[in-house]
Design a protein around this ligand. Structure first.
Ligand SMILES: Cc1cc2nc3c(=O)[nH]c(=O)nc-3n(C[C@H](O)[C@H](O)[C@H](O)COP(=O)(O)OP(=O)(O)OC[C@H]3O[C@@H](n4cnc5c(N)ncnc54)[C@H](O)[C@@H]3O)c2cc1C
Length: 570
């Protein structure tokens, strides 16, 4: 059978026979199953497949091989087949053995294996198959081998074609891009007929959109743009992790809930190829998958959504809060949750801004990383997102350089990521450095780096630049009644007393802003932890606070505390 290979290696004859039986029974129709007992045979086979340009989707190895360890073999496999998923086969209960436990922990932390897989037990072993199919799903997603793939066709990588890619990324929709004069591009353009304008989008159901608006795209993917009604208990602004979590809890607690997002689903999380520190996903989860599942969950509970709609204004009218939407119309709510998050700052180097989408990318690397195969990629930033981007790119690029302004990597990055970055051979770190220039003819080909210590500038070859340089909250549109810190993040709860901005005689609830009935959760909130789990947690807490708000309903009439100036006059 020709097809991507699944390679299994185990010195234990019986264990290998079990693995081979399960793999053949379930996967032999679509994959080539290769089962071997020795590391040398496996290495030779992997080299042969690499030389022939054949895909390897998965390598499984038992730890105790005769000439080497399973982890070392899997590490070697990573260099020969960077996209292959790698699983260490372990016996049931062996994680209790200290040496095995430490080997697993260490090799996952250093990216030498993707995860461990329990050797199969009684056949059919559905737990084994769940582990294998999860790894194969991740592999196929990374190959852009989705069953329903949206294709964008453009004249060039940049301009509106780049914006469309970004819109689909924001909607958590798997997509691919091709140039109009590529083979795939020509076929799609021919379907559109002579003179059709570019860019265009071909959907899996046959729909072809010519130079579509963002709202057209949302509608074509079956998403709502205009809310079906105008009065809700709760309107959530933002469908990132905080907003989606609030939607799940809000709708499940019986509140009539609307979520409005200026883009699509998942907020910043959709730019993350693999979130490894979110509870319940030991193998990690892509931001896109997490967002899609959260959306499904909220939708099943009855939450309403309006995508590609920016909320442009918020004001109180009697006992309702009124929100204006960019596509026209208003919605009214008893309470509002601001979950508008933040976005990355721009670099501000004009020649690099001009190459946005053509080698220069803001935020995530999920879609663009495969373009970096065999290339030199740069990541600018010193936080977790930058570390993750560098590690993800390292699977594809020849070399990844992480450019950090700070003098130490640990200043802004979690310890586990610092360890992984330092242990990845094709990632190097340039501390105390900034990017001050660059350019290319239609695609980035060089960057200018400046060393802070001596001001010296160096021009380097670069095929890709991924920018992750700090967040700016999405709060410009808010009325003055919603108090913010000097950087624009919303003040809530205990931040408010003493500012003179809180208008009622009760204290504000934990996540409540200075406009009573308006709450804030996630990255947009002053003092928030910029993580998916904390955004999700705050989204759920906000719903509990709504119960108290609606029971007390102490919003009106706003009563000001006696002014402290009275006392000072005396
Ligand atoms: C590349 C990358 C990797 C990351 N990796 C991790 C990780 O591994 N682990 C982790 O815990 N965290 C990670 N983070 C951080 C994490 O994604 C954020 O902390 C989290 O997404 C914040 O969620 P949020 O809902 O508060 O805001 P956001 O995710 O920013 O979502 C806000 C939403 O509000 C919408 N919006 C904004 N203004 C308006 C408006 N006026 N009208 C309508 N809609 C509006 C936006 O379109 C957006 O969808 C990563 C971030 C990035 C960028």
């Amino acid at each position: 059978m020709a097809g991507p290979a699944l390679v299994a290696v185990d010195a234990n004859r019986g264990a290998l026979a079990d693995v081979e039986r399960e793999l053949r029974d379930r996967y032999a129709r679509h994959y080539r199953i290769v089962c071997l007992r020795s590391a040398s045979e496996a290495r030779a086979q992997l080299e042969e497949l690499a030389a022939a340009g054949d895909d390897v989707a998965l390598v499984l190895a038992g730890q105790g091989l005769s000439e080497t360890t399973g982890i070392e073999l899997l590490d070697a496999a990573r260099h020969l087949h960077p996209h292959a998923k790698r699983g260490l086969l372990v016996e049931w209960g062996s994680w209790g053995d200290r040496a095995t436990g430490e080997a697993i922990f260490d090799s996952i932390a250093h990216g030498r294996i993707d995860h461990y897989v329990l050797r199969p037990g009684a056949s059919p072993d559905e737990m084994f198959h769940q582990a294998i199919s999860s790894l194969l799903l991740e592999w196929s997603e990374a190959q852009h081998a989705y069953p329903y793939l949206v294709q964008i066709v453009g004249e060039s990588w940049s301009g509106r074609a780049y914006e469309l890619r970004d819109v689909l990324r924001q909607c958590a929709i798997p997509h691919a891009f091709c140039l109009a004069d590529d083979e795939d591009g020509r076929a799609i353009v021919a379907r559109a007929g002579d003179g059709a304008q570019l860019p265009m989008i071909a959907f899996p159901d046959g729909t072809l959109l010519i130079d579509p608006s963002n709202a057209d795209i949302a509608t074509a993917t079956g998403s709502d743009v205009r809310p079906e009604r105008s009065d809700f208990d709760l309107v959530i602004v933002g469908a990132g992790p905080a907003g989606l979590s609030a939607a799940v809890y809000g709708a499940s607690e019986g509140f009539n809930t609307l979520v409005v997002d200026q883009g699509g689903l998942g907020g910043q999380a959709t730019s993350s190829a693999l979130i490894r520190n979110y509870l319940g996903f030991p193998r990690g989860v892509s931001g896109r998958r997490l967002a899609q599942q959260a959306y499904d969950q909220a939708w099943i509970f009855g939450a309403n959504f309006a995508f590609m709609q920016r909320v442009t204004d918020l004001r109180r009218e009697s006992d309702r809060l009124v929100l204006s939407l960019s596509e026209g119309g208003q919605v009214r709510a008893r309470a509002v949750l601001l979950a508008t998050g933040a976005s990355y700052r721009r670099l501000g180097v004009p020649e690099l801004e001009a190459l946005s989408g053509a080698g220069v990318f803001y935020g995530g690397t999920t879609t663009e990383a495969p373009l970096m195969s065999g290339s030199d990629a740069y990541v600018l930033g010193g936080a977790n997102s930058a570390g993750q981007a560098a590690l993800h790119l390292a699977r594809y690029a020849r070399r990844v350089t992480l450019v950090v302004r700070a003098r130490a990597l640990g200043a802004g990055m979690s310890h586990y990521l610092v360890r992984q970055v330092e242990a990845t051979p094709n990632v190097r770190v340039r501390l105390g450095t900034e990017i001050v220039g660059g350019g290319g003819d239609g695609w980035l080909d060089h960057l200018v780096l400046r060393d802070h210590s001596n001001g010296g500038e160096e021009t380097v070859d670069a095929d890709g630049l991924f920018l992750m340089i700090g967040a700016r909250p999405h709060t410009d549109w808010l009325p003055d009644e919603v108090s913010r810190d000097p950087r624009g993040f919303v003040l809530t709860g205990a931040d408010l007393p003493g500012t003179g901005e809180w208008p009622l005689d009760r204290d504000p609830y934990l996540l409540e802003s200075s406009l009573p009935g308006v709450f804030a959760a996630g990255d947009v909130r002053h003092g928030s932890v910029k993580r998916v789990a904390s955004a999700v947690g705050e989204g759920s807490v906000a719903i509990q606070l709504l119960h108290r708000l609606f029971v007390d309903d102490r919003l009106h009439p706003p009563r000001r505390r006696p002014q402290t100036t009275v006392a000072t006059e005396g």
